[in-house]
Ligand binder design. Structure first.
Ligand code: ADP
Length: 322
């Protein structure tokens, strides 16, 4: 287990050792952020998040990064409250800084440094100490994220997935009770993405891992619980099984002629349009149970669930992406 390995390394801060207490909870209450200039990015977000992996799913511009930055203490909210294990993190950002691991969307690496040197530098910036010395800690963290083999390689030679894993290495240093990862799988190829999923999943055994993403697959693979955020508001808090269950028996698919697509969009909530063998296969959510003529019931996917919540009748999109 990560916990026992870090205990052995002397990395655990005994006072803030949540996972050994078996307790971790993040409570966000009525969080509002209005940027200077007037954009309201968050319109009263409320969430209670317990130990494990929690997904924050929403389209671009929904307010995910704004929320992540506020949680990480990098941005001040306009109003609202955030408590981590009962402590108000907004009034004491120093407190959260020490207890939090943050992997931002755009991690600024120095390309000419080796992975080992880059990580050492980041740990110094973060103020992480280890009784057995920083060199030992860096080696241990690189092993943790499967990068020992590339420790002396320059960061500019790392693949996207390797960079993300290096970012995670700095985020887990000091054994934080809360790890925040903002859109971490964007740009990773399928194999790297899978490897990264496994790493995150392992980390979430002992702490809260908050994953922000616009990729539905991230949530279906990893998150037992998730919230959908849209236009700065939580529109749904659910589990993948529950979300799928709500669509069961109400999702239909049919082949639609290109010229007829407009009519389908205007009358039905179209979750996805998938091209197969050159033909448009439209999937519609019909809560009343009556499908368009010629459509047949299909098994819903989490994409269908997500789009049934975030899209409306009459909205034309023409594909699976949001
Ligand atoms: P997401 O991460 O879900 O894509 P963001 O939090 O980046 O969403 O953005 C939410 C909204 O806030 C968007 O309308 C975006 O244009 C706006 N926004 C983000 N950052 C700033 C900023 N620094 N100044 C003004 N508006 C911003």
């Amino acid at each position: 287990m990560i916990g026992s390995r870090l205990v052995a390394l002397g990395l655990i801060n005994s006072r803030k050792n949540w996972f050994m207490k078996g307790f971790a909870v993040l409570v966000i209450e009525n969080l509002v952020k209005v940027y200077p200039g007037g954009v309201t990015a968050l319109q009263g977000i409320g969430l209670e998040i317990e130990r494990g992996m929690f997904g924050l799913l929403g389209p671009n511009g929904a307010g995910k990064s704004t929320l992540m930055k506020i949680l990480a203490g990098l941005l001040e909210p306009t109003s609202g409250k955030i408590q981590l294990n009962g402590e108000d993190i907004l009034s004491d950002p120093q407190l959260v800084w020490r207890q939090l691991g943050y992997l931002p969307q755009d991690f600024g690496f120095y390309p000419h440094l080796s992975g080992e040197a880059m990580l050492t530098y980041m740990l110094k910036l973060k103020g992480v100490e280890s009784p057995r010395g920083l060199k030992h800690l860096v080696a241990e963290l690189l092993e943790r994220v499967n990068l020992s083999f590339a420790a002396s390689r320059k960061v500019k030679e790392y693949s996207g997935g390797m960079r993300q894993r290096l970012g995670i290495a700095q985020a887990i240093a000091g054994d934080p009770g809360l790890i925040i990862v903002d859109e971490p799988t964007t740009g990773l190829d399928p194999e790297e993405r899978l490897r990264f999923y496994h790493l995150l999943s392992e980390l979430s055994q002992d702490r809260i891992v908050l994953l922000s993403t616009h990729i539905v697959e991230d949530v279906s693979m990893l998150c037992p619980r998730f919230a959908i955020i849209r236009q700065g508001q939580v529109v749904k808090r659910t589990t993948p099984s529950q979300a799928l269950g709500e669509l069961e028996g109400h999702l239909f698919e049919g082949v639609v002629d290109r010229n007829d697509m407009d009519r389908i969009y205007q009358s039905w909530l179209v979750t996805q349009v998938v091209l197969f063998e050159g033909k448009n296969h439209a999937r519609v959510f019909s809560p009343e149970g009556a499908p368009p003529e010629g459509f047949t019931p299909v098994k819903p996917t989490l994409e269908d669930a997500y789009f049934s919540i975030t899209r409306k009748v009459g909205e034309v999109h023409g594909g699976v992406s949001s």
